[in-house]
Design a protein around this ligand. Structure first.
Ligand code: S3P
Length: 180
C-alpha cells in the first residue's frame, strides 16, 4: 500500500513568463500562506542576480543552487512556492516538490510566452538570436516533466482572479483526499 500524499504547500511550475510569481503572490494572499520564489531565494543566497550567476559561474552552478534551494523547502508548511522554469528540466526536482506540495503547472502557448517576455532582458536562456525558436525548443523538451504535475492550469486569456480560485479549490480538494 502506498502512503497517502503529504500536501502542506502549493508549488507552481511552468515555463518562463507563465505568471508563476504573480499568480503565486495572489494565491498566497488568498490561502493566507507565505509566498516564496525560488529564483529570489537563489539570488539572496548568492548575493547577485541570476543573470550574473549564469555569466560568472555557468548554468550548471545555477542548477546546483536551484536544486539546493528547492530541496531545502521540503520541511516547510503553508507555503506557495513559485519555482523557476528549470524544474521542467529536472524530474528529480518535480518529485522533490511532490513529496510535500500540490504541484500545479501553469501553461501558456509559445506565442503567448514570447509576447510576455519579449521586452524583458533578465532571463539568460532567452538572450539568443532567435528567442521564439528557443522557447518552442525548451518547452518541447520540458513538457514531459511539467506534465507530471498534479494539476494543469491553462492561463491563456484568463483573469488572475479565476486562476487563483481554480488553484485554491484544487488545493482544498487535494488536502481533503490526502493524509492528515
Ligand atoms: C529558467 C527560468 C527562470 C530562472 C532562470 C532559468 C529556466 O525563472 O530560474 O533564468 O531554465 O527556465 P522564471 O521561470 O521565473 O523566469
Amino acid at each position: 500500500m502506498t502512503a497517502p500524499r503529504q500536501i502542506r504547500n502549493v508549488a507552481l511550475i511552468g515555463f518562463m513568463g507563465c505568471g508563476k510569481s504573480t499568480v503565486g503572490q495572489a494565491l498566497a494572499r488568498r490561502l493566507k500562506f507565505e509566498f516564496v520564489d525560488t529564483d529570489r531565494l537563489i539570488e539572496e543566497q548568492a548575493g547577485c542576480s541570476i543573470a550574473e550567476i549564469f555569466a560568472r559561474d555557468g548554468e550548471p552552478a545555477f542548477r546546483a543552487r536551484e536544486r539546493q534551494v528547492i530541496e531545502a523547502l521540503a520541511g516547510r508548511a503553508r507555503l506557495v512556492i513559485a519555482t523557476g522554469g528549470g524544474v521542467g528540466a529536472c524530474p528529480e526536482l518535480l518529485e522533490s516538490l511532490k513529496a510535500h506540495a500540490l504541484v500545479v503547472w501553469l501553461w501558456a502557448s509559445p506565442d503567448t510566452i514570447w509576447e510576455r517576455v519579449r521586452h524583458q532582458t533578465h532571463r539568460p536562456l532567452l538572450q539568443v538570436p532567435d528567442p521564439p525558436a528557443r522557447i518552442r525548443e525548451l518547452l518541447a523538451a520540458r513538457e514531459p516533466v511539467y506534465r507530471r504535475a498534479d494539476v494543469l492550469v491553462n492561463v491563456e486569456g484568463r483573469a488572475q482572479r479565476q486562476i487563483v480560485s481554480q488553484i485554491a479549490a484544487e488545493f482544498r480538494r487535494a488536502r481533503r483526499r490526502a493524509g492528515p
